[in-house]
Design a protein around this ligand. Structure first.
Ligand SMILES: CC(C)(COP(=O)(O)OP(=O)(O)OC[C@H]1O[C@@H](n2cnc3c(N)ncnc32)[C@H](O)[C@@H]1OP(=O)(O)O)[C@@H](O)C(=O)NCCC(=O)NCCS
Length: 144
């Protein structure tokens, strides 16, 4: 697995690449970073000084958290960073929460492979969830 450092980031970061990534993730989450019901945290995967990708989490309650979208910036894809970032974020979240869950489009081969290899179990399947023909897998992992 590639070596990346996970750094918590905010939209106040002075770095344009990080702010752009946070905005992209916030857009995918469908809500603004502030003022929503669930608190969100964003983490950047850093290779030295370079941000290679981003992931986020959304707290549901004190025990449960959703790990949301991992995005590896296009030029860094296919080099193991997606797995490294996702794995580091899950480990971090399980220090605080009892259970982490996530949803993944069943056609997203890299992400499904990453989640299974991390020991996530498939809890369910949402059929035609966002649109007809778009099936979403629900994965979770509990603290041991
Ligand atoms: C999904 C994503 C985060 C994966 O990151 P990545 O750094 O490219 O993936 P990795 O290099 O860590 O590869 C993980 C696994 O997927 C496989 N893989 C990577 N790219 C693949 C591709 N295009 N097609 C098929 N398999 C692929 C790798 O071989 C590896 O498999 P392994 O189990 O044999 O090791 C990245 O492709 C991305 O940002 N996609 C767009 C955003 C997105 O879809 N995010 C997920 C939303 S939940």
């Amino acid at each position: 697995m590639r070596l990346v450092t996970l750094v918590e980031v905010t939209s106040n970061s002075g770095r344009r690449d990080v702010v752009a990534a946070i905005n992209a993730l916030s857009g995918l989450l469908g809500t603004k970073t502030s003022g929503s019901m669930h608190s969100k945290t964003f983490y950047c995967g850093m290779l030295g000084e370079e941000a290679v990708g981003i992931t986020g989490s959304r707290q549901v309650n004190k025990w449960l958290v959703e790990q949301v979208h991992t995005i590896v910036f296009p030029k860094h894809r296919g080099k193991g960073f997606g797995r490294a970032i996702s794995d580091a974020a899950t480990k971090k979240l399980l220090l605080t929460y009892g259970k982490v869950f996530c949803t993944v489009n069943e056609n997203n081969v890299p992400m499904v492979r990453i989640k299974r290899s991390q020991g996530f179990e498939q809890e369910g399947k949402l059929i035609d969830h966002f649109a007809k023909g778009r099936t979403i897998l629900v994965f979770s992992k509990r603290r041991k």
